[in-house]
Design a protein around this ligand. Structure first.
Ligand SMILES: Nc1ncnc2c1ncn2[C@@H]1O[C@H](COP(=O)(O)OP(=O)(O)O)[C@@H](O)[C@H]1O
Ligand SMILES: [Mg+2]
Length: 354
């Protein structure tokens, strides 16, 4: 049954009210987890000095197991006494100093790739900057960093500066936005193959050890998918919440729902500010008044209604948006109808935080 990671995840729901409500995994109280097809045994470690809440914690752990395990799987909670319970150290002591002057950190996410997440992120960043906000964008898409292309900054050299014994990366500045991307650290055309916790920490440092300075908004272009890397990213970086991007198409929507679930998962528990339905309809350049619903009509709107999330914008599929992405001059800098759609979106985001 299950894997240890999954069991650990729900054991984190057990919190110690005598220790600032920290969870038993972080507190180092989970001594061991054994599991077979039909039984899970969790051993909790208690210090020699009596913990008045030990019965409470054992009972809560039992309840968490019953709550999450299928009914045909038995569970048992054992205890051992140890000299000292040592709280788990974070795998990496993340330095949050450089993001201390950022007012709102917002993830731009989607369970799925290719829906226009980066397009929305770049244009929203430019539109917020156009409104006069101080904006940064961190491209955390390890699988397909596209910010360098979308802003035509691929050939810029990244520099770093010493700050005491730390090294801080200087973000690139263009269109009034500060940009940082994993793409700047890869050779052109070279795929980034990053796996496991090392990659995850490198990614976090790439966001945290950047001289962002004072910002109103830092947008994070999240990698597609909903795996460990995403959960750890939103847990360790103080992301305030997310904007979810989808297309109206049903297949995109089901993946996107997984993305929504990830943010609503009790261990993550971040606000979803709204949904952006991208490629909501196709409008040919020569016929600006026509709308063709080639991916279906209102898929994003309906999903927003069902999930009780605000629909922030419907962005049309137009040639200009694709071209501006390729040329590195974001649509939101212009005054075309598609530019205005991004400015309208930025207006709504700004209104959420006013
Ligand atoms: N509304 C749109 N109209 C036209 N092309 C778009 C639109 N949104 C995205 N694209 C294009 O679709 C491709 C994928 O978009 P991208 O933002 O890279 O997706 P993701 O970041 O979700 O993988 C890009 O070539 C982009 O220019
Ligand atoms: Mg992308």
């Amino acid at each position: 049954m299950n894997d240890e990671h999954e069991i650990m995840t729900f054991l984190r729901e057990v919190r110690h009210p005598g220790k600032q409500d920290r969870d038993i995994v972080d507190l180092g109280m989970v001594h061991g987890v054994e599991f077979s097809a039909d039984k899970v045994t969790v051993t909790l470690a208690f210090p020699k000095r009596r913990d008045p809440l030990s019965e409470y914690l054992i009972g809560s752990t039992r309840a968490a197991l019953i709550r999450h395990l299928p009914s045909n799987v038995k569970s048992e909670v054992k205890t051992i006494v140890v000299d000292e319970v040592t709280p788990k150290k974070k795998p990496l002591d993340l330095d949050l100093e450089e993001i201390g002057n950022i007012r709102h950190i917002i993830g731009i996410a989607s369970g799925k790739g290719g829906v226009g997440k980066s397009t929305v992120a770049v244009n929203l960043a430019c539109a917020l900057a156009r409104m006069g906000f101080k904006v940064g964008l961190a491209d955390a898409d390890v699988y397909g960093p596209s910010i360098p292309t979308m802003t035509n900054t691929e050939n810029e050299a990244i520099s770093a500066e010493k700050d005491g014994d730390r090294e801080l990366i200087i973000p690139l500045e263009k269109y009034g936005v500060k940009w940082m991307s994993v793409g700047y650290f890869a050779q052109k055309g070279q795929a980034l193959i990053w796996r496991g916790p090392m990659a995850c920490n490198a990614l976090k440092q790439m966001i945290l050890q950047v001289r962002w300075g004072e910002l109103d908004f830092l947008l994070i272009d999240m990698p597609p998918g909903t795996g460990d890397i995403h959960i750890s990213l939103v847990q360790d970086i103080p992301v305030e919440g997310a904007i979810i991007v989808t297309t109206p198409q049903a297949v995109a929507l089901s993946d996107v729902e997984k993305g929504v679930d990830m943010f609503r998962n009790p261990n993550v528990n971040k606000t979803i500010f709204g949904i952006v339905e991208n490629m909501a309809w196709f409008t040919p350049e020569a016929h600006p008044d026509e709308k063709y619903y080639i991916f279906g009509k209102d898929g994003g709107r309906n999903m927003a209604d069902e999930l009780g999330i605000e629909l922030l914008a419907q962005i049309p599929l137009v040639q200009g948006i694709r071209e501006s992405g390729d040329s590195g001059e974001p649509s939101a800098l212009g005054n075309r109808p598609d530019s205005l759609a991004f400015l309208e979106l930025a207006g709504k985001i700004a209104a959420i935080f006013k």
